[in-house]
Design a protein around this ligand. Structure first.
Ligand code: ZN
Length: 77
């Protein structure tokens, strides 16, 4: 994958939205999950089991590249 200087329209590149998330309290751990996916009052980090804290993240409005599944993979069957 080559991530060079891709030209994007400036207006689009600067549009960001505040995404409410839960993030791992451990600064060494980068785990975070979108708030809308969390249905617990105080979720724990799925990776290191640390408590998670509410936070937010600025993300570009047009999110095409970020296509990874979040860490909260608990499925309720
Ligand atoms: Zn963690």
């Amino acid at each position: 994958m080559q991530g060079g200087n891709r030209l994007e329209t400036p207006t689009l590149a600067e549009q960001k939205q505040e995404l409410r998330i839960w993030k791992c309290e451990d600064t060494n751990c980068n785990a975070w999950v979108r708030e809308e996916f969390v249905h617990e009052e105080s979720p724990g980090c799925p990776l290191c089991k640390s408590p998670m804290v509410q936070s937010y993240k600025l993300v570009p409005l047009a999110v095409k590249k970020v296509n990874k599944t979040f860490f909260m993979g608990k499925r309720r069957l």
